[in-house]
Design a protein around this ligand. Structure first.
Ligand code: S3P
Length: 440
């Protein structure tokens, strides 16, 4: 997954625009991962439409297939998952490769903690640096036995044949991944597993477990599941990924004269903090035809250029826009005045250290950025051309591509191949609406 071919891709994003047209954003990454996992351990056949054909979610699908769940791909974006039931997965000798995906590895670890076989989870260079004790500690409290590397990073060696018992666990940091790992382990535990969050995070695992007929109840900041209850297959319609839409929301907001429509984007309130943050900065974004589709709130988003100004981003918004900070940094760099981000230390343990990566990149483009332990102050107004490094982080690459639109010269962005993990076809979609983005 992390081969050197990946590191070789460089983009050049040139000043361009205005942006216009309609953009069909690919399927939600979080929902796509979960659909593969739950479909695989359900009883019966699950039809998934809108599946994200990204490397991360395909890696999860491949892991579940390796463990014995047969899947068909009748067309791109569709999967027919033949569930094997709660106890139907079969162990394999070889390591299971989660690629670049923290979500894949952490959730699958929860799922495998209560199996009757051993397994090993590995990932690419970025994933191999990410902290895993945040899941292995609470899973150990449930009775799981999982070894990490000495510094708490992958590979994960998961010992099977452990009897799990339900626990009540209060998360030290707001993390949907940790919550979800525990709830999935809870499916195999004796009794009830309850997770309390310091701030509510995305609730896709809870919603999808309910759709698969698990014994679950949940409300913002709390979820409880009872173990030993079989899951019943269902059909999943994956909404368009708000986090992928984010690059276009920012790009159209900063390029004069822009007007974009993004139809049927997922609007789960635990994902849409960026809308609020951009509106605080003066953005012109409307949500039209808000509706429910397959139990999720979706809507069409219209974004038009507006002169942005700096703002203090309320720390309470951070969990609701945890993946959108690279894009927000670019909006802040283009805005007049200073934008202040705090309470966002989690950004340091994503696919890259996103606080450092964005600060270094924006400085290379002439933007003054002061970094703190848990945030940054970005003094916006003018973005120059220059060379930046995406550090192999898909969201940095796409954010810098948006910056190039309003820079005073071309922005060369190194190490962009990992965009394929979450947003296949980004370049074509971006150029179709007015970007000038090329591999070079
Ligand atoms: C995700 C949760 C978030 C997010 C990630 C996807 C999920 O991570 O950053 O991209 O699907 O549960 P944390 O919950 O660890 O913050």
């Amino acid at each position: 997954m992390s081969g050197s071919a990946h590191e070789a891709l460089t983009w050049t994003s040139k000043p361009a625009g205005p942006l216009s047209g309609q953009i069909r954003i690919p399927g939600d990454k979080s929902v796509s991962h979960r659909a593969m996992m739950l479909g695989a351990i359900a009883e019966g056949i699950t039809h998934v439409s809108g599946f994200l054909e990204g490397e991360d979610t395909r890696a999860t699908a491949a892991v579940m297939q390796t463990l014995g769940a047969h899947m068909e791909t009748p067309a791109p974006g569709q999967r027919i998952v033949h569930g094997v039931g709660l106890h139907g997965l079969r162990g394999v000798e070889q390591p299971l490769d989660c690629g670049n995906a923290g979500t894949g590895m952490r959730l699958i670890a929860g799922l495998l903690a209560g199996q009757a076989f051993d397994s090993t989870l590995v990932g690419d260079a970025s994933l191999s640096k990410r902290p895993m004790r945040r899941i292995t500690d609470p899973l150990a409290a449930m009775g799981a036995q999982i070894e990490t590397a000495p510094d708490g990073t992958p590979p994960l060696r998961i010992h099977g044949r452990r009897k799990l018992k339900g626990v009540e666990y209060t998360l030290p940091v707001a993390s949907a991944q940790v919550k979800s790992a525990l709830l999935l382990a809870g499916l195999y535990a004796e009794g009830q597993t309850q997770v309390i969050e310091p701030h509510p995070t995305r609730d896709y695992t809870e919603r999808m477990l309910a759709a698969f007929a698990a014994d679950i109840d949940f409300s913002p900041g709390r979820a409880r599941v009872r173990g030993g209850v079989p899951l019943r297959a269902t059909d999943i319609e994956v909404p368009a990924d708000f986090s992928s839409a984010a690059f276009f929301l920012v790009a159209a907001s900063i390029v004069p004269g822009s007007h974009l429509m993004l139809p049927a984007v997922g609007l789960n309130p635990r994902r849409t903090g960026l809308l609020e943050a951009l509106r605080l900065m003066g953005a012109n974004i409307e949500v039209l035809h808000e509706r429910e589709a397959a139990g999720e709130r979706i809507g069409d988003i219209r974004v038009r250029y507006a002169p942005l100004h700096g703002a203090v981003i309320p720390p309470a918004l951070v969990p609701d826009m945890i993946d959108e900070f690279p894009a927000l940094f670019v909006a802040a760099a283009a805005a007049e005045g200073t934008t202040v981000v705090s309470g966002a230390a989690e950004l340091r343990v994503k696919e890259s250290d996103r606080l450092a990566g964005m600060a270094i990149g924006l400085r290379a483009l002439g933007v003054r950025v002061e970094e703190s332990d848990d945030g940054a102050s970005i003094h916006g107004g003018r973005i120059a051309g220059g060379r930046v490094d995406s550090l192999g982080d898909h969201r940095l690459a796409m954010s810098f591509a948006a910056a190039g639109l309003v820079a005073t010269g071309p922005v060369r962005i190194g190490d962009c191949a990992n965009v394929a993990t979450s947003f296949p076809g980004f370049t074509e979609l971006a150029n179709g609406c007015g970007f000038a983005l090329e591999a070079a």
